[in-house]
Ligand binder design. Structure first.
Ligand code: LLP
Length: 427
């Protein structure tokens, strides 16, 4: 980020020009910022250790251009629905580099996964295991599986993004894992490659991964010793990012180094061969590559209470503040050299009192037509976007030293009625 003539430049591009060209709200994604993260993944993980693999958790943000970026960076892709699988396939992403997650994959999603030879299907529970085994037999097609395990540990994050507690909708409870292996053994086409766990998201330390590993590594020893080899261990994602000044910038190695140390120590202690270790970062790779531009509209002052400014987006393009009380940092992109001297609350334009993007932020005096830039919006904003109040979804522009490229067009009003069907009696 740089400043020139009072204007914010993001990835070398003039944000005011981009807002004029593409309209607002507008999501910018910095290709260079993604490259920095994928380079760090290679430097501190895939090139540093033998027998490891990194995949990008595409639920954070996915479209065709993003598939290409991830493929060229040499990472695999974690998908969690037939929709994400379709987008990957449409972009020509190699199917054998895909890991298919989800706690309730449908019959058709599983068939698509088996038919297309996705690399791994991560089976979430016993009833899904029965279904996968039956389908692969029926289709006479092999499937390579991982079992997602609930380690039964607490994670230090928002309850909605904590996933490894005993009472979680995700994963096999520990007691059921040996019988799942026994069950899968009966199916010729099925190979269980190993285990998966994911402890939660936006984690501030590797502690929950290590707590989970204590449980999972013990389980692995038991499984191996009772004749169930473990070739792979997928340790999920969850690495936190810096959203505001009170957050720490997290290096990948803050998480991966202790994770690898713990697994390697287990291997030395037990004499069991270390499995292939997989990581699945989503947010860590894309959050700070993103920036959302909004145009300031109405403002109002309630004496002794609060000053509001309202922008032309909100919950539909970023539900995270409303859903997880997520915090963001912002600037007035066309007043970068003006002193920040007014504390305001930034409201979205939805008919929801909870549609507040940022509470109590100190900015230069903002007027109608100013441009608000919210940082760190690359992860779980566009991918969680909606048409609430029938606001069209924003455009997404990829920015970097090659220039600015539209990678997802803005929704139009026509898009809003495209799926409507009038029954004969209402025509
Ligand atoms: N692997 C699995 C199996 C997952 O379920 C997830 C995220 C990840 C990897 C990637 O986690 P990350 O590295 O991005 O933390 N919508 C929420 C986040 C939900 C995350 C769900 N699973 C948010 O906006 O904070």
């Amino acid at each position: 980020m740089t400043v020139q003539d009072n204007i914010l430049y993001f990835a070398g591009c003039n944000t005011q020009e981009l807002a004029k060209t593409y309209g607002t709200p507008l999501i910018l994604i910095s290709e260079d910022a993604i490259a920095k993260k994928t380079d760090e993944i290679h430097r501190d993980f895939t090139d540093k250790y033998d027998h490891v693999r990194a995949v990008y958790a595409s639920k954070a943000f996915l479209n065709s251009a993003m598939c290409k970026i991830i493929e060229r960076a040499g990472l695999g892709l974690d998908v969690v629905s037939g929709g994400e699988l379709y987008v990957a396939q449409h972009a020509g992403f190699p199917m054998d580099q895909i890991i298919f997650h989800g706690n309730n994959k449908s019959v058709s999603e599983l068939k698509e996964a088996i038919e297309n030879g996705v690399g791994r299907i991560v089976v979430d529970n016993f009833s899904e295991l029965e279904l996968v085994c039956a389908l692969s037999k029926q289709m006479d097609t092999p499937a390579n599986l991982l079992f997602r395990i609930t380690p039964g540990i607490k994670s230090d994050t928002h309850a909605y993004i904590s996933t490894a507690d005993k009472d979680s909708k995700f994963g096999f409870p520990l007691h059921s894992v040996p019988s799942a292996f026994e069950f899968a053994k009966k199916y010729e086409n099925i190979t269980v490659m190993g285990l998966h766990f994911h402890v939660g998201s936006q984690l501030q330390s590797p502690q929950s991964h290590l707590d989970a590993l204590d449980v999972i590594l013990k389980l692995m020893s038991q499984l191996i010793e009772s004749g169930h080899p473990i070739y792979e261990l997928n340790t999920g994602g969850g690495y936190g990012v810096k959203y505001t000044d009170i957050d720490e910038e997290m290096q990948l190695a803050t998480f991966t180094a202790p994770i690898m140390d713990r697994i390697e120590a287990w291997s030395l202690d037990t004499g069991h061969k270390r499995p292939l270790v997989i990581i699945e970062p989503g947010r860590w790779l894309i959050a700070n590559a993103g920036l959302t531009l909004y145009t300031v509209g109405s403002s109002k002052s309630i004496p002794q209470v609060r000053d509001y400014i309202a922008v032309d987006g909100g919950i539909p393009d970023n539900i995270r503040p409303a859903l997880y009380t997520a915090k963001y940092r912002a600037v007035i992109a066309n007043k970068m050299n003006c002193p920040a001297e007014k504390t305001v609350t930034i409201a979205g334009k939805c008919c929801e009192s909870g549609d507040i993007l940022i509470r109590d932020i100190t900015l230069p005096e903002a007027e109608r037509g100013d441009l608000l830039a919210v940082f760190g919006t690359g992860a779980y904003t566009e991918s969680m976007s909606s048409n609430y109040n029938l606001l069209p979804r924003p455009a997404v522009v990829l920015v970097g030293d090659k220039g600015a490229f539209l990678i997802k067009r803005r929704e139009t009003y026509e898009d809003l009625t495209r799926r409507d069907v009038l029954p004969p009696h209402l025509k």
